[in-house]
Design a binder for this molecule. Sequence first.
Ligand SMILES: NC(=O)C1=CN([C@@H]2O[C@H](COP(=O)(O)OP(=O)(O)OC[C@H]3O[C@@H](n4cnc5c(N)ncnc54)[C@H](OP(=O)(O)O)[C@@H]3O)[C@@H](O)[C@H]2O)C=CC1
Ligand SMILES: O=C(O)[C@@H]1CCC=N1
Length: 267
Amino acid sequence: MKYGFIGCGNMGGAVARAVCKGAGAGDVLLANRTPAKAQALADELGCACGTNEQVASICDFIFLGVKPQMMEDMLDVLAPVLESRAESRPFVLVTMAAGLSMHQIRQMAGSGYPIIRMMPNTPVALGAGMIQYCYDDVEPEQLQEWLCAMAPAGQLDEVPENLIDAASAVSGCGPAWVYQFIEALADGGVAAGLPRAKAQEYAAQTVLGSARMVLESGQHPGALKDAVCSPGGSTIQGVRLLEQRAFRGAVTDAVLAAYEKTKELGK
Ligand SMILES: NC(=O)C1=CN([C@@H]2O[C@H](COP(=O)(O)OP(=O)(O)OC[C@H]3O[C@@H](n4cnc5c(N)ncnc54)[C@H](OP(=O)(O)O)[C@@H]3O)[C@@H](O)[C@H]2O)C=CC1
Ligand SMILES: O=C(O)[C@@H]1CCC=N1
């Protein structure tokens, strides 16, 4: 099986990194508008680099890693290449584009080709990603191959397509807001006198450990929060202040703002 990537930026590049582990770098082909970017990543990962047309004509899984706004123009050029091979050498399109449905991608590609739609996030680069996926007209063996290739990317979860935009607004966008939180937590530490490097390490490790507590203890985040707050202690003062500033409401609204924007991208 050959795995090809068209668009090797932040997300396509991270997924390619994982697939090189899952499928073997020898079966991965990278293409990018600025070829030097694909070449640099290919050199690092030990895979090959080529053109969009080469990916479209020889790969069994064609990962589409361009921005949603660029998808139509990119696929317009490749539609004849895909059409000319579809009968003799079937392939699966793999889209990671926010907001674009499988139906829209198929229309842009020129036909109802087998398709997987996934929503990864940037921690995929470390094998710690959260990836939702759905698919249509994909053979069970093809899906199995794809799942094996993607396994080093992180946690994979099959969902119906109508949940992908909401999932995107939580785990696709979420890392950006978590980084904002880590930066702010570290800033607070620096304000209180910690050296920057220590403050950042403490903040990031705290988020990592707290996330593991949620996942591994099975407890509600509110109960885990209560366990940190001693009566009359320091943490509850911070909780009080964050509630006053509507911290949880602001985060919930951020998710909904991202969700609305994602839906707009598909219009
Ligand atoms: N970033 C994220 O956290 C997430 C992104 N996504 C999705 O992933 C996709 C990519 O996003 P992201 O990686 O962030 O964007 P980037 O801008 O980082 O990467 C896009 C890449 O596509 C390349 N490109 C653009 N046009 C073409 C073309 N015609 N042919 C070949 N390559 C092309 C660009 O090349 P050049 O080097 O010339 O700019 C660039 O390297 C989007 O659809 C996005 O919705 C999904 C989940 C999370
Ligand atoms: O904001 C973005 O463009 C991407 C889509 C999903 C997460 N980040």
